[in-house]
Design a protein. Structure first.
Length: 316
């Protein structure tokens, strides 16, 4: 029986940046923490290009996670500079930082991200991909070395693919959140629109189905997004049950060279057709409606090193 005289539990809410080098599992971790896919994943570097916010409310605590692009150290074009600005801006705004590294590993790219951590904010080291470590005892000297590199508030070895590990992380992070009102409704998952998520899902399928053949310098632009409600039949003697809306979406895949266009389209258009089919199926699950998706491919030479093009394609 609940004790009515007990003081109310204070609500906590805070912004938590998820940072790390490319391909350490940041987006996989974010999706696991939120409980639904809000950030796309692939093995290709630079899959995440925008600041993606994922929200999860657990009891009195609201965790607002900010997934960031992997910090770029090897290329200096306008796109990479934009991605790095996104990372540093996120670090300036948050209450807590999760530095994600691969368990047992720490290289120059990891060190570069570590050097960006603000001195005045608590940081948690998330040693991801723990399932790849065969002898857990081997982690102890590595963890000691990491402690010497930075005064981390917590050390959390885990696998982002294991639900129990992810749930354990909430209890560890909660005390570091400020006591304040929630930023979002209790059932909120992200601050991103369906239109944005659609462009990201198409880009994910593009990356996954082209493998290493296609360079990272391609993007997706939503050209049309129309929603239609199904109409009940006038001839029916009974009122029709509500039908899901139909979304008509047209999107353009932008690449830098004619050769890249051929890679995306594939022989006889088969690869583009498969990209469209897989994207449409996932969009239907996301929107809980029927989706009609048209995809086009356009060559825009040098777009990734042109600030004006980047802004027109939605890069801040």
């Amino acid at each position: 029986m609940r004790d009515e005289s007990a003081p109310p539990v204070p609500t906590r809410c805070g912004l938590i940046a998820i940072v790390g080098r490319p391909n350490v599992g940041k987006s996989t971790l974010l999706n696991a923490l939120v409980g639904q896919k809000v950030s796309i994943t692939s093995k290709k570097a630079q899959t995440t290009r925008h600041r993606i916010t994922g929200v999860r409310t657990v009891e009195a605590n609201q965790f607002v996670f900010v997934d960031t692009p992997g910090f770029q150290t090897r290329h200096g074009n306008a796109l990479n500079r934009n991605l790095n600005r996104t990372v540093t801006a996120a670090l300036a705004d948050v209450d807590l930082v999760l530095l994600v590294v691969e368990a047992g590993k720490f290289g120059l790219d990891d060190a570069k991200v570590l050097s960006l951590l603000p001195k005045d904010k608590p940081a948690v080291l998330v040693a991801n991909k723990l399932d790849a470590i065969h002898r857990r005892a081997d982690l102890l000297p590595w963890l000691k070395g990491m402690q010497e590199r930075h005064p981390f508030a917590e050390f959390v070895p885990l696998s982002a693919k294991k639900a129990a590990d992810v749930e354990r992380l909430f209890a560890i992070l909660a005390p570091h959140l400020p006591e304040q009102e929630w930023f979002f409704e209790e059932d909120a998952l992200t601050d991103r629109s369906e239109r944005f998520l659609a462009s990201e899902l198409i880009r994910e399928k593009l990356f996954r189905l082209t493998g290493d053949e296609l360079p990272y310098s391609c993007t997706v632009v939503i050209d049309k997004w129309d929603e239609e409600s199904a109409q009940a039949s006038a001839a029916s003697d009974f009122p029709a049950l509500p039908k899901p809306a139909l979304r008509r979406i047209a999107a353009t895949i932008v690449v830098e060279r004619d050769a890249h266009k051929g890679m995306v389209i594939g022989e006889g258009g088969e690869r583009l057709k498969r990209i469209g089919t897989e994207a449409r199926q996932e969009l239907e699950r996301l929107t809980e409606s029927k989706v009609f998706l048209e995809l086009f491919v356009k060559v825009r030479s040098g777009w990734a090193d042109n600030e004006e093009h980047l802004r027109s394609y939605g890069y801040e």
